[in-house]
Design a protein around this ligand. Structure first.
Ligand code: HEC
Ligand code: HEC
Length: 465
């Protein structure tokens, strides 16, 4: 029962089963206490549970899973003053996807990028969750993955650019982490990041740790540091069968946690699942859905859904949507001049996939310049600002771009090419109502249970100042 029922219970839940499940947990270690090992994690695959260390039993009086100040201080002292994770006594469900009836099982299976060498397990994702929130992964202990990927913002950063461990800004806007397990679409296996530079999630997750702006760690330093932390050996054993801590295991656990972040429980899904009236989409939202899926004038090639594919709303490959006039001469002098100025004024224009020197990803476009891959549009109402450089603050501004402000570019996506009477200012020409409808539809993709789900939340007991 424990574990399985937990997925929907927030940490602050007061019911009895929650109390048992959230009962402080594992982490334990005798070393720091100089006492005999108070407990051994007992693990038997998915069904395994951690028995609660005696030390932590003292904190059992706490009824809602939250510690008071005195308890927090005492617990942290027992661990030498570091942040320690508090986990439920059995692992939560990360591996099983709750699929609403309108989502096709074969679509998900076809899009699943889970490699055979790294199946998603509940213990593996639990370890990944701890790593994701652990500031020990950064050089100066200030920055965790979660510093730039906030759950309340569907795991992106509300700031245009994120601050790394030394306070320096990242080059691009952070990306929301949603449905990254299901990215293989239309026969493509797109990479990760805005420019697709990481081929797999296992490759991707080690890069921010070593990035000189983001976390600034060397893997040779990280591994010994993790080995010294009291809570990791048992978590690694539960996840991988032995206490050995290696960078490949760190990568696999983080990738598992990221893959477990599946969001398929928005109003859009609920409305599709049951057709009753009080949950049905409004007429405006429905009009937006039709435009999104069927395209302008019912021409599917011109639909948003060509690039942002339902039901995960992921992108099969990087595309150019005419944000900048990179590399071409324009008859529009004012805009061209503006672009040149921004290129001169310090930051050169971001060429996205074009910077990697790969052959064009599309036979109809000469190169990859200005091509980017967007994160899933699931929860997009929570993930502002938008685009690789966070240039748009609102969804209205995004739709205004698509509606008449798409700029000419030799690499422009097919949907935009012929979509205008004026080729120099191409793009869909949505009227006011259509623009409102598209925004209204995008807002139906918000999944409140995803951003409140305790299994994705910060497990650490932090000092309260
Ligand atoms: C300092 C901020 C920062 C930290 C820390 C950080 N990220 Fe990111 N993350 C970003 C930014 C910015 C991007 C987009 C970068 C780009 O495309 O060039 C990104 C992109 C990603 C992506 C790609 C998503 C996609 O759709 O392709 C994943 C996955 C990811 N981060 C996971 C992680 C993990 C796991 C960690 C911790 C090991 C982490 N990040 C730490 C800022 C951060
Ligand atoms: C040709 C492919 C393509 C089409 C068609 C398309 N998009 Fe996009 N979309 C993208 C790309 C690529 C990005 C990211 C661009 C960047 O940052 O440089 C993006 C970004 C977005 C974003 C911002 C996402 C974020 O997290 O920053 C939203 C919202 C969006 N698109 C909605 C739509 C809507 C609505 C339509 C239909 C009117 C549409 N898109 C049509 C490719 C497309």
């Amino acid at each position: 029962m424990r574990g399985r029922t937990m997925t929907i219970l927030p940490h602050s839940c007061r019911c009895k089963s929650a109390r048992v499940a959230v009962g402080l947990v594992l982490v334990l270690l005798a070393g720091t206490l100089g006492a005999p090992t108070p407990c051994r994690a007992q693990v038997a695959g998915e069904a395994g549970t951690f028995s609660r260390p005696r030390l932590l039993k003292r904190f059992d009086t706490n009824t809602d899973g939250n510690l008071n100040d005195a308890e927090t201080t005492a617990l942290r002292q027992a661990f030498g003053g570091i942040d320690v994770p508090m986990l439920p006594s059995g692992p939560l469900n990360y591996s099983r996807v709750r699929r609403p009836p309108h989502v096709d099982a074969s679509h998900l299976a076809g899009a699943d990028n889970t490699p055979e060498i790294n199946p998603l397990t509940n213990h593996g994702a639990t370890l990944g969750r701890v790593l994701f929130y652990d500031r020990q992964l950064s050089r100066n202990l200030t920055t965790a993955c979660a510093s730039c990927h906030l759950q309340r913002a569907a795991f992106t950063d509300p700031r245009q650019f994120s601050r790394g461990f030394k306070g320096k800004l990242t080059r691009r806007n952070s990306m929301s982490l949603v449905n990254l397990r299901f990215t293989n679409l239309n026969g493509q296996r797109p990479g990760f990041f805005w420019d697709e530079r990481a081929a797999t999630l296992e490759d991707q997750v080690l890069l921010p740790i070593q990035d000189p702006v983001e976390m600034g760690m060397k893997l040779e330093e990280l591994i010994p540091r993790l080995r010294k932390l009291p809570y990791y050996p048992d978590l690694f054993r539960a996840a991988f069968g032995s206490k050995s801590i290696t960078s490949s295991r760190v990568a696999r656990a983080l990738a598992q946690f990221v893959r477990s972040m599946v969001s398929l429980d928005s109003r859009y899904d609920r409305a599709a699942a049951r057709k009753d009236d009080d949950i049905a989409l409004t007429r405006l939202e429905q009009q937006g859905e039709t435009l999104f899926v069927e395209g302008v004038g019912g021409i599917a090639e011109f639909a948003c859904a060509m690039c942002h594919v339902p039901p995960t709303f992921n992108m099969p490959k990087a595309q150019n949507i005419g944000l900048d006039l990179t590399g071409i001469k324009s008859t529009r002098k004012t805009k061209a001049a503006k672009d040149r100025k921004s290129a001169k004024g310090g930051k050169p224009l971001d060429r996205g996939l074009g910077e990697l020197g790969r052959p064009s990803n599309d036979p109809f476009t000469p190169s990859n310049d200005g091509k980017f891959k967007a994160p899933s549009l699931r929860n997009v109402a929570l993930t502002a600002p938008y685009m690789h450089d966070g240039r748009f603050k609102t969804l209205e501004q995004v739709i205004a771009h698509y509606s008449g402000k798409v700029r000419p570019h030799p690499n422009l996506g097919l949907a935009f090419e012929d979509n205008s009477s004026d080729k120099r200012e191409s793009g869909f020409q949505f009227n006011k109502t259509q623009q409102q409808a598209l925004v209204a539809f995008l807002k139906t993709l918000t999944d409140k249970s995803f951003v409140a789900d305790a299994k994705f939340s910060d497990p650490f007991i932090r000092s309260r100042k």
